[in-house]
Design a binder for this molecule. Structure first.
Ligand SMILES: [Zn+2]
Ligand SMILES: [Zn+2]
Length: 163
């Protein structure tokens, strides 16, 4: 339980006084820098037909899931066009033209058919999936989500250990 807004940073686990973000100011700054770097890399990948999410992740040190969040929340803007990732079902590499959400178009259709219900859009499915896997924290400025303060990270500081 946090007293007077003192929490563990969700990234580095350091204790800090929570203002708006779930991560400490040092990490906020670091994430902003990483984001800029990622953004530039994406843009410069245009002549090569885009960049695979795994490579991007490795080069900028941002987890794949976080980059996916950026993409699906449209934070990448037009640079998102150059992000390539694999179909979740068949692993085909997809770019902006041959995917629907996280799937290639054939798999996307298959998935919607399998779901049986015709009006359940892929977006709905994804939204549920995202909710289920305990939304990943976005860096800075993203203070609209009031979430339970429990962090999925192991508590190492012994500060909030009683659970
Ligand atoms: Zn931190
Ligand atoms: Zn597929």
């Amino acid at each position: 339980m946090s007293q007077s807004g003192i929490v563990n940073c969700k990234r580095c686990n350091k204790i800090f006084k929570k203002m708006v973000s779930e991560i400490c100011p040092t990490c906020v700054e670091k994430e902003n820098e990483q984001f800029q770097k990622m953004f530039r890399l994406l843009q410069s990948s245009q002549p090569h037909g885009g960049i695979l999410i795994e490579d991007l992740s490795e080069q900028v040190g941002i987890p794949i899931e976080v980059i996916e969040e950026y993409y699906f929340e449209a934070k990448l803007g037009t640079a998102g066009l150059f992000l390539k990732f694999k179909c979740r079902a068949c692993s085909e590499v997809l770019d902006e033209n041959n995917r629907k959400g996280r799937y290639c178009i054939p798999c996307s259709n298959a998935v919607s058919n399998k779901a049986g219900v015709k009006v359940r859009s892929l977006q709905d499915i994804e939204r549920e999936e995202r909710r289920a896997k305990d939304i990943i924290q976005l860096p800075s400025g993203k203070q609209n989500v009031e979430q339970p303060v429990e962090s999925p990270l192991p508590r190492r500081a012994g500060f909030l250990r009683n659970r």
